[in-house]
Design a binder for this molecule. Structure first.
Ligand SMILES: [Zn+2]
Length: 469
């Protein structure tokens, strides 16, 4: 993202005893899945006891009253023997089925949907869930936010760290990735863009259904859709990657042309980033410039959303969101506390992209920034910023500086090898994983370096060890 700048009744004893005494083999008694994924910052985000494999979302959106109704069908694998499990869903739920059978459900609070299937789900088995829901997402507040973005003409379902539960039944935590089919039904004169590739448009009398498919696994917060009056441009990049550029018709013609020009920088920026980060990780690309007044851009997988930038050629923002396709999307944060792995690298490559155009060298930029900020800037420990300050300015700026300092400390060859090794074949990671890999790749002891840059409330001393001399 770039901003302009939370049981449990223990099981009934008799059930356990019967199963326990009966089979000496390791039959595990079914128990409730946790109502959270274990994230210290956001204990109710995500859920325990299963991994989602695939989401099939079918929503219908209305523009006048802002109503959304639909159903999410998901396939998941039980990671424990489940007597019940939770999903994250802000809207009112009207029906739930598990493996085709009607299931009991209740909202334990606005955010948490507790589902009790007719029979327990054995560990290691796949199961299907269908959830039907309806409501007005813009009215719904959680964790002090009302994140829904939309007006009578346009809707963009995107947000970080929360938005998924406002439009589909989700295991909303970056540690659980799944593939997606996203089908959105809108009035005939509206268009829909979402992640991945457009499968088909099913035409109805007054409404059309736009079906998009994201073939590569993604975190729930990176799933998005935009619905409105959009101008679309589709094609293939010089390297053969299908793209979709969408620009809101709420913008005037001159603004639309500027916005398309911004989106058209995508292939060039990707080519630049691939030199550092390896092949682009997904099978399509593109972007949406929204006409809504939003104060942030977001790295939706394959298709970031940008606010209208006022006509400046701000391709640094494209570089930021496209860097996230590797740092954030391909390799997700293990927990929200690891946000530096997203924003630090996106800010660093933003700056490197600008350097590519000759404005300053990265090390000059680092030293200038190091000398520029007052003590208050350095107070935030960006390796542990806290939930309320997850997207504060130092997470970005000190974060990007830390990456350049690391590059300077271990040298370009090791730095590049580190990036490639980090991005090679992991779905998510923590700061500690990254530090261990950095030490392994460089053969250097880097605890002091990372303490100074990520876990200290002071400006790092200007030393060789801190990458500053
Ligand atoms: Zn970002």
């Amino acid at each position: 993202m770039n901003r302009s700048r939370r049981i449990l009744a223990s099981l009934v004893a008799t059930t356990c005893l019967v199963a326990g005494v009966g089979s000496a083999a390791a039959e595990v008694d079914p128990s409730p899945g946790s109502p959270g994924a274990g994230d210290r910052y956001f204990p109710d985000y995500g859920n325990g006891g299963y991994d989602v494999i695939h989401y099939d979302v079918h929503d219908r959106v209305g523009f006048n009253r802002g109503r959304l109704s639909g159903r999410t069908e998901l396939r998941a694998t039980a990671t424990q023997s489940l007597s019940r499990f939770n999903l994250d869903m802000m809207l009112k739920v009207t029906a739930v089925k598990v493996n085709g059978q009607v299931a009991e459900f209740r909202k334990t609070n606005r955010h948490e949907l507790q589902v009790t299937p007719a029979s327990p789900i054995a560990e290691g088995t796949d199961f299907r869930v269908q959830v039907k829901y309806a409501g007005v997402p813009k009215r719904l507040r959680w964790n002090g936010e009302r994140p829904w973005l939309g007006n009578r003409r346009e809707i963009v379902a995107m947000g970080e760290p929360q938005m998924a539960a406002w439009w589909f039944a989700a295991n909303d935590h970056p540690s659980d990735k799944a593939t997606f089919d996203i089908s959105i039904k809108v009035p005939k004169h509206k268009k829909v863009v979402a992640n991945g590739e457009l499968e088909k448009i099913t035409k109805g009398k007054s409404r059309n259904t736009w079906h998009w498919r994201a073939a590569e696994p993604m975190a729930a917060y990176l799933a998005f859709f935009g619905a409105g009056n959009f101008a679309l441009e589709r094609g293939r990049t010089p390297s053969g990657l299908p793209y979709v550029y969408a620009v809101s018709r709420q913008l005037n013609q001159r603004q639309r042309e500027q916005s398309f020009n911004l989106l058209r920088t995508t292939p060039k920026v990707l080519t630049f980033l691939e030199k550092w980060l390896g092949d682009y990780p997904f099978s399509s690309t593109g972007g949406l410039v929204t006409g809504l007044e939003v104060n942030f851009a977001l790295e939706n997988q394959t298709r970031p959303t940008y606010p209208y930038s006022g006509g400046k050629q701000s391709s640094w923002l494209v570089a930021h969101e496209l860097t996230h396709q590797w740092f954030g999307d391909k390799v997700a944060v293990r927990n929200w506390r690891d946000i530096w792995l997203n924003e630090g690298f996106a800010t660093f490559f933003e700056m490197l992209w600008a350097d590519n155009y000759g404005s300053a060298t990265p090390q000059k930029w680092l030293l200038r920034e190091w000398g520029y900020y007052p003590q208050s800037f350095w107070q935030l420990k960006i390796g542990e910023p806290g939930a309320a300050r997850l997207f504060d300015y130092p997470v970005y700026q000190r974060g990007g500086m830390a990456v350049q300092a690391l590059r300077h400390r271990i040298g370009d060859a090791d730095f590049k090898a580190l990036l490639r090794a980090w991005l090679a074949d992991r779905e998510n990671g923590s700061i500690e994983d990254f530090i261990a890999l950095a030490e392994e790749t460089s053969g250097e002891e880097l605890d002091g370096f990372f303490r100074a840059w990520l876990f200290s409330s002071k400006r790092p001393a200007r030393t060789v060890a801190n990458g500053l001399a």
